[in-house]
Design a protein around this ligand. Structure first.
Ligand code: FO1
Length: 335
């Protein structure tokens, strides 16, 4: 079975760990290349050049998590990390002192930047980095061209003025505390889907939207020229997992992003934002948490197949069951 997953960072990484565990359980011989294979189309809108290095937060979150090297406590970066180099960068007054590049993490950024300067594409670099970690899934950046999310906020210095900043500055330095007026994906117009992405969607048996940030992860991926068309065209059922549980953004500050685009922070509002395929949207099915079971009827009326299952990804067992539920929804769909 060919499964293609659209994913951002932390939420996507946890979900993918469960999906891999589930497939290893049901398909111990086939999984990993024959009977079942997983391709992940990863958001690169968070990517940033920092002190001469290309940092790809969502690709790295997924690579470290599936590689077993992620810091489960902080939720990002490497376990057992140290920050000696970062302290030196701060002393020299370069980089972002509030955005820590750990010593082990720098190994990834130095390698990536070196290979990019050697002329490899981001896809080729990603494949090279992932080969070390034996992930069991294939990671594809959404595009080999730079598409960076910048956030436009009101400028406190001048009434009615606006200023923009890289998403990571808004997200980490300001903890999404400045009201976002809108998001801009810089480079989007001249970007194309990375090699293999459209084919991974068109050739999939199942397409899954991981419970990632709907605005700065999933929407950003879908906005890359060629990807929305592939999602509309694919014969595969498209099943999404809500990133919102009973009205609260489970991870990060998704609420600050959703309110910027006028979408309510609710499991049904996000599904309707993606849209039901029958009415020109992207989804065939949607998973909400049991605590949102009251939303099921309304979403079914909107043309979606809906399941209310436990969505909290607080253990590998929980995410394994969640992945199984998402695949079960897909199996129940004849598209
Ligand atoms: N998040 C933080 O809250 N503080 C940091 O200092 C930080 C550093 C960092 C360095 C590399 C990297 O790949 C990610 C990093 N993140 C940090 C997490 C990052 O903001 C998130 O992974 C995503 O960009 C948002 O989902």
């Amino acid at each position: 079975m060919k499964i293609t997953v659209l994913a951002g960072g932390v939420g996507g990484a946890k979900f993918l760990r469960g999906l891999r565990a589930h497939l290893r359980q049901v398909d111990p011989d086939g999984f990993g290349g024959t009977a079942s294979e997983v391709t992940v189309v990863v958001n690169t809108g968070d990517d940033v050049w920092l002190t001469g290095l290309r940092v790809c937060p969502d690709l790295d979150s997924i690579m470290y998590t599936l590689g077993g090297a992620n810091d489960e406590v902080r939720g990002w970066g490497r376990v057992g990390e140290s920050e000696r180099v970062s302290a030196e960068l701060t002393e020299y007054g370069v980089g972002w002192p509030w955005f820590t590049l750990g010593d082990l993490d720098l190994g990834t950024h130095i390698t990536r930047s070196h290979l990019l300067r050697e002329g490899l594409t981001l896809s080729e670099v990603t494949a090279r980095l992932c080969a070390r970690w034996n992930l069991g899934v294939r990671l594809l950046p959404m595009s080999d061209q730079s598409v960076e999310t910048h956030v436009v906020v009101a400028d406190p210095e001048q009434p009615g003025g606006e200023r923009s900043m890289h998403f990571e500055e808004w997200w980490v330095h300001y903890r999404a505390g400045l009201t976002a007026l809108r998001f801009e994906q810089r480079g989007l117009a001249s970007a194309v889907a990375a090699p293999g992405v459209v084919q991974a969607i068109l050739g999939a048996d199942v397409v899954l939207f991981a419970p990632s940030n709907p605005v700065v992860s999933i929407d950003t991926i879908v906005a890359v020229p060629g990807i929305r068309d592939a999602l509309v065209e694919t014969g595969a059922p498209v099943v999404g997992v809500s990133p919102i549980i009973s009205g609260s953004a489970v991870r990060g500050m998704a609420h600050a992003c959703l309110s910027a685009i006028g979408v309510e922070t609710a499991a049904d509002a996000v599904a309707l934002h993606y849209g039901a395929r029958d009415s020109g949207g992207l989804l065939d099915a949607w998973l909400v948490d049991e605590s949102d079971a009251a939303l099921v009827a309304g979403l079914e009326e909107a043309g979606l197949r809906v399941a209310a299952v436990p969505l909290w990804m607080n253990s590998v067992e929980a995410t394994t069951a969640l992945a199984a539920a998402a695949l079960a929804e897909a199996a129940g769909l004849t598209v």
